[in-house]
Design a protein around this ligand. Structure first.
Ligand SMILES: Cc1cc2nc3c(=O)[nH]c(=O)nc-3n(C[C@H](O)[C@H](O)[C@H](O)COP(=O)(O)OP(=O)(O)OC[C@H]3O[C@@H](n4cnc5c(N)ncnc54)[C@H](O)[C@@H]3O)c2cc1C
Length: 432
């Protein structure tokens, strides 16, 4: 059996591990076009701030790869010829497959404004982008950051920590409005201001201005102009569906797969950021851009490719991140609506977070330690934990385990409830 995996991200690596757990002898080939191979994308934020050296981004050693026993081909796949079971590569070579996994991830939505192709207009998709940002970041100079979600903040923080003066432009009236509630947005915005970031609300770039092909500033919809030396943007991502489209596989926003991560061609699978996953719990097909789910999907796809039929059961999305220096865990369903700063989905984001049903909200905390629970009829549907993380672990277990919380529901929803204490007691009583 010849297994071929396109993409050297976490979904592709997990697929190889799964294939090897079933089939020690099959021929496994991975094709990747990232010159750095496999590394931690969430870690890029800490590389930008200088907290992590780039060497620390690589979770696997050469020895690990040897043990996984696969061949790595550096290059870009241009076409999938389904009839012949052949991949066409850049540079005219071709490669046969019996089972194929498309795990090519997603890419930043482009900034569509005149001047967006000037040098110094930057995005953050991969390690090369991060290196490029650092090349342009200069102490004492000025940056404009456009967009929303986690990546925009990572850009803001990275540039601030490199000594740049940063203008952060929001199209709407608050940060990440379809995931965070007003109080949570305020907490983040307040911390940014304390770090010296200049926030601009209802601000939209209509032109990036430049001289000698270098950025000199931005012009905004309301007529204002800002001088700057670089523009960094994170206005959403889109799954790289071009290969699947060329091969006439079924796509919607991502590549459509069933619960076995199989496309409408039984020999072709898709996983990770590029895949639009069927979620049996909601009956919808959704996109995630999260490391954990990409890994789980890749693993399930690998098992299925090797003949061990295994359904991927989507668990409530879970992300631990840092927002303006504040550790924040987001679990399950927490928000709703649209965010003016992000088209579609952002990195480190899940569409499931925004399918908020009619549920009640219990919240507690002030300023940095903040806890919000989304309470359903019998279960907790979601939670946001900012600051103190003591409750993230029990909450993740309570939410993903669909644990019946009827016994504490009333206390959680009572006015001025000490929500944290109620959860702590509930969790302790279950363990005893
Ligand atoms: C800056 C940043 C911050 C993030 N923060 C978080 C976070 O806080 N929490 C979280 O959970 N997730 C976060 N994510 C998202 C997470 O990293 C992704 O969900 C995950 O990496 C997706 O893995 P993947 O294997 O599907 O795709 P990717 O990691 O994108 O890998 C796909 C690979 O395929 C390659 N490729 C594409 N087309 C071809 C082709 N035609 N031929 C050959 N190779 C090709 C690409 O170059 C890439 O190397 C972040 C991502 C970024 C970039």
């Amino acid at each position: 059996m010849k297994y071929v995996i396109i993409g050297s991200g976490v979904a592709g690596i997990a697929a190889i591990e799964a294939i090897r757990s079933v089939d020690a002898a099959g021929d496994v080939v991975m094709i990747g076009d990232d010159p750095h191979g496999f590394y931690s994308c969430p870690g890029l934020a800490y590389y930008l701030t200088g907290e992590l050296h780039d060497k620390a981004l690589f979770p696997r050693t050469a020895d690990d790869y040897r043990k996984m026993n696969f061949r790595y081909v550096k290059g870009r796949v241009k076409n999938i010829l389904r009839e012949q079971h052949i991949l066409e590569m850049d540079g005219q070579t071709s490669l046969p497959y019996d089972r194929l996994l498309i795990a090519v991830g997603a890419q930043a939505m482009p900034l569509e404004a005149p001047g967006a192709n000037l040098e110094g207009v930057l995005k953050l998709d991969h390690l090369e982008d991060a290196k490029r940002i650092l090349k342009f970041a200069r102490r004492g100079k000025t940056a404009v950051v456009v967009g929303g979600g986690i990546t925009a903040l990572e850009l803001v923080e990275g540039l601030v920590s490199r000594g740049m003066k940063v203008h952060y432009l929001l199209r709407g009236d608050r940060y990440w409005s379809n995931v965070l509630d007003e109080q949570e947005s305020k907490i983040v915005e307040h911390r940014l201001v304390e770090e010296g970031v200049k926030l601009h609300y209802h601000a939209e770039v209509i032109e990036v201005t430049g001289k000698n092909n270098r950025v000199t500033g931005v012009r905004l919809l309301d007529g204002k102009t800002l001088k700057c030396d670089l523009v960094a943007y994170a206005i959403g991502i889109r799954p790289r569906v071009e290969l699947a489209k060329g091969a006439e596989l079924a796509i919607d926003r991502g590549i459509l797969v069933n619960e076995y991560l199989q496309t409408n061609d039984p020999d072709i699978f898709a996983a990770g950021d590029v895949a639009q996953i069927y979620d049996p719990a909601t009956g919808r097909s959704v996109l995630d851009s999260l490391w954990g789910p990409a890994r789980q999907q890749g693993y399930a796809a690998g098992l299925n490719m090797a003949g061990k039929k295994t359904a991927y059961i989507k668990s409530p999305p879970f992300n631990v991140t840092r927002l303006a220096g504040l550790t924040t865990t987001i679990i399950g369903t927490v928000g709703r609506g649209k965010d003016a700063d992000v088209v579609g989905i952002a990195r480190g984001d899940s569409e499931t977070w925004r399918q908020l049903p009619d549920a009640m909200v219990a919240q507690t905390g002030f300023d940095v330690n903040h806890l919000r629970l989304v309470v359903g009829d019998k279960t907790l549907l979601g939670a946001i934990v900012m600051g103190d993380q003591k409750l993230s672990f029990p909450l993740e277990k309570i939410i993903s385990g669909n644990i019946d919380i009827s016994s504490i529901r009333e206390r959680l929803l009572s006015p001025n409830a000490r929500v944290g204490e109620v959860i702590t007691e509930f969790w302790a009583s279950r363990k005893n």
